[in-house]
Write a protein that binds this ligand. Structure first.
Ligand code: ZN
Length: 120
């Protein structure tokens, strides 16, 4: 038997903040590639700089993707952005459809369906 009383999304705020921070870091690293590469290509010894920028960017990308993959949903406890081996940085939990801004929005009248939830 499970308790069906809905939990106020405000209680999820610290964990949702953590999810938002990791998502922001992911998008920041992805967006930083082009400007960093343009700066590297303007250097006199551009071949060295392009290599340094590319390797640094790949390492940073791996780190932020791993952190985004491992962040847990405060409602269901599953990985927020990961379903099986698939990493999908959507704005909703892939398991329970909790929105990443659920603590800032009005409560949803109807529980949204998850696209990737197991069929019962
Ligand atoms: Zn969830």
């Amino acid at each position: 038997m499970s308790d069906k009383t809905p939990i106020d999304p405000i209680e999820y705020r610290p964990d949702l903040k953590k999810i938002r921070k990791r998502r922001l870091a992911l998008w920041f690293v992805i967006a930083a590639y082009l400007p960093a590469m343009m700066i590297a290509l303007d250097q006199p010894d551009y071949q060295t700089w392009v290599t340094v920028v590319f390797i640094s960017w790949i390492v940073l990308l791996i780190i932020v993707v791993v952190f985004a993959c491992l962040v847990r949903c405060p409602r269901c406890g599953e990985c927020f952005h990961t379903h099986g081996p698939t990493f999908l940085p959507f704005r909703r939990c892939l398991h329970c459809a909790l929105h990443v801004n659920a603590d800032k929005r009005a409560p949803e009248a109807e529980h949204p369906k998850t696209k990737f939830a197991k069929k019962n």
